[in-house]
Design a protein around this ligand. Structure first.
Ligand code: NAP
Length: 228
């Protein structure tokens, strides 16, 4: 069975990926910032789940995990961990630190994950990296008012998806940005359009259909390809 490494796997979208893939028999390396309190992960089949301390802002933790997993093939890396610090972060209404924090996690942390685990992924069967982006990171569609720190950090994440799709082609690795839709999690709120189950079922269908011809794409949970 394949193996997935998922960041921010203790709740929300990351947890639902862990739940669905483990239900299908996948081995899951679940990253969480706290090892103390993971009631959802604790309910999953523990023979398939390894829970790891992983704050992706802390590159020493990323290095420690990559040393622990050296030589182990990882079919699918899902860079999911993220936040929207304040849903009021419109023009003129955010701090440098708010901006910096979202770049630290969405961009620097995701890039460090890709660099740390690239050999594990290259040595697997599926060889896939998924960056969980957002429609907010898209330039090519009409959209509402800007949440400047969040939106630009997701656009930056899309930039590294595109860059790695070229740089990692020789290793046979497929790199794609996926947007989950508007999902009812702590971030999305309970009035969102989709349940986590619906969104992740859709994204898993997209992931199952990926191959090298689709590397460097930006795709919605329902399979619609987005402009950058
Ligand atoms: N929900 C939506 O409608 C929506 C739409 C578009 C994109 N997204 C993206 O989907 C991803 C997941 O969002 P969600 O809705 O599941 O949000 P969520 O319910 O708020 O969960 C966020 C997860 O990310 C983790 N996290 C945050 N910073 C981290 C860090 N530095 N290192 C490791 N883990 C970290 C959190 O850990 P803690 O529990 O420790 O805080 C939590 O597990 C995010 O990248 C988000 O931008 C969501």
């Amino acid at each position: 069975m394949p193996t997935a490494l998922i960041t921010g796997a203790n709740r929300g979208i990351g947890y639902e990926f862990a739940r669905q893939y483990s239900a299908d028999g996948w081995k899951i390396h679940a990253g969480t910032r706290s090892l103390q309190n993971n009631p959802l992960l604790d309910e999953l089949d523990q023979s398939l789940i390894s829970i790891h301390q992983l704050d992706i802002d802390d590159h020493a933790q990323i290095r420690a995990l990559s040393e622990k997993l050296v030589g182990e093939p990882i079919d699918l890396l899902i860079n999911n961990a993220g936040m929207c610090i304040d849903d009021d972060e419109y023009y003129g209404n955010f701090s440098d630190e708010q901006w910096m924090q979202q770049f630290r996690t969405h961009l620097f942390g995701s890039m460090a994950m890709c660099e740390a685990f690239v050999e594990n992924i290259a040595n697997s069967n599926l060889k896939t990296i998924i960056n969980i982006s957002s429609g907010n990171g898209c330039f090519g569609i009409d959209r509402g008012k800007g949440l400047f720190p969040y939106d630009s950090s997701k656009s930056a994440l899309n930039t590294i998806t595109k860059g790695m799709s070229v740089d990692l082609k020789d290793k046979g690795i497929t790199v794609v940005s996926l947007t989950p839709g508007f999902v009812a999690t702590d971030m999305g709120g309970q009035d969102a359009d989709l349940t986590p189950e619906e969104s992740i079922t859709g994204m898993r269908h997209v992931i199952a259909g990926l191959d090298q011809s689709k590397t460097g794409s930006f795709i919605r949970h329902n399979g619609v390809v987005l402009p950058w």
